[in-house]
Design a protein around this ligand. Structure first.
Ligand code: PEP
Length: 254
């Protein structure tokens, strides 16, 4: 069981996988098999082209839809980009920002992630803002320096009222898609660090902000990760592509 003062959140990041039809079928299978408890939210993040179809398919099921990225501008000459208003129009209520595959694979800076977060907040979308250290940073002993820097960038100008609704995801880069999971104790330590750092700036928001763990979470390790007091949910990549295994993760949240 996660901390009872916050709703649990189980999020599936489908990355660049599946056709639109396959996404709709998977979304329907998750909503049929998932059966979240009364204090658990479920959100699915298909690729841009499937957002509208998946949102329509999930209407009335209680399962929410997230985009995997957003551009910070409202509209205009930004070829290939999608704005927060467009995501809202497609039925999204959440959106990932700062996923490590964008920070490290596509060179997104803390400043870019911050601008994306602000665009989402302007439109009332809930950001799932990812932070996490690489293996080299962990081995170099600078994990908390990196997490602190990434989080501080997100907290720039933040208010208690708004930041309490933000979702953070601690995703150690070395654990994403590798089959290596942070130990529950290491995850808890990182989550407590993040929450304390929020508390330093925003005392009330710190207890409301939900912090997900991401990095090779699966049905077999979900319960022990979710048992940690500062782990409020999971951001799941690979294991979210299979409805039965994702349903087991949802059930582990209670
Ligand atoms: C992710 O993409 O956010 C992720 C955590 O992936 P995986 O679960 O496959 O490690």
């Amino acid at each position: 069981m996660t901390n009872p003062s916050r709703r649990a959140l189980i999020a599936g990041n489908w990355k660049m996988n599946n056709t639109v039809r396959e996404c709709v079928a998977l979304a329907l299978a998750v909503s049929a098999q998932g059966r979240p408890g009364p204090r658990t939210d479920v959100v699915l993040a298909p690729m841009f082209t499937a957002l509208l179809a998946v949102s329509e398919a999930l209407k009335g099921t209680g399962v929410a839809v997230a985009a995997q990225d957003v551009h910070w501008e409202e509209a205009g000459a930004f070829t290939g980009e999608v704005s927060a208003a467009m995501l809202e129009d497609a039925g999204c209520t959440y959106c990932l920002v700062g996923h490590s595959e964008r920070r490290h694979g596509l060179g997104e800076t803390d400043q870019v992630v911050y601008r994306k977060l602000q665009a989402l907040l302007r439109h009332g979308l809930t950001p799932i803002a990812c932070v996490g250290e690489t293996l080299a940073e962990r081995e170099g002993g600078i994990t908390y320096q990196v997490l602190g820097r990434q989080l501080d960038a997100l907290l720039e100008g933040a208010s208690e009222a708004v930041f309490g609704g933000v979702v953070l995801a601690y995703e150690p880069v070395w654990a994403i898609g590798t089959g290596r999971t942070a130990s529950p104790r290491d995850a808890q330590t990182a989550h407590a660090f993040l929450r304390d750092r929020v508390r330093h700036r925003l005392a009330d928001a710190a207890d409301r902000v939900r912090i997900l763990y991401g990095g090779s979470a699966k049905a077999d390790n979900a319960a022990e990760l979710l048992a940690q007091p500062d782990v409020d949910g999971l951001l799941v990549g690979g294991a979210s592509l299979d409805a039965a295994s994702f349903a087991r993760i949802i059930q582990a949240a209670g």
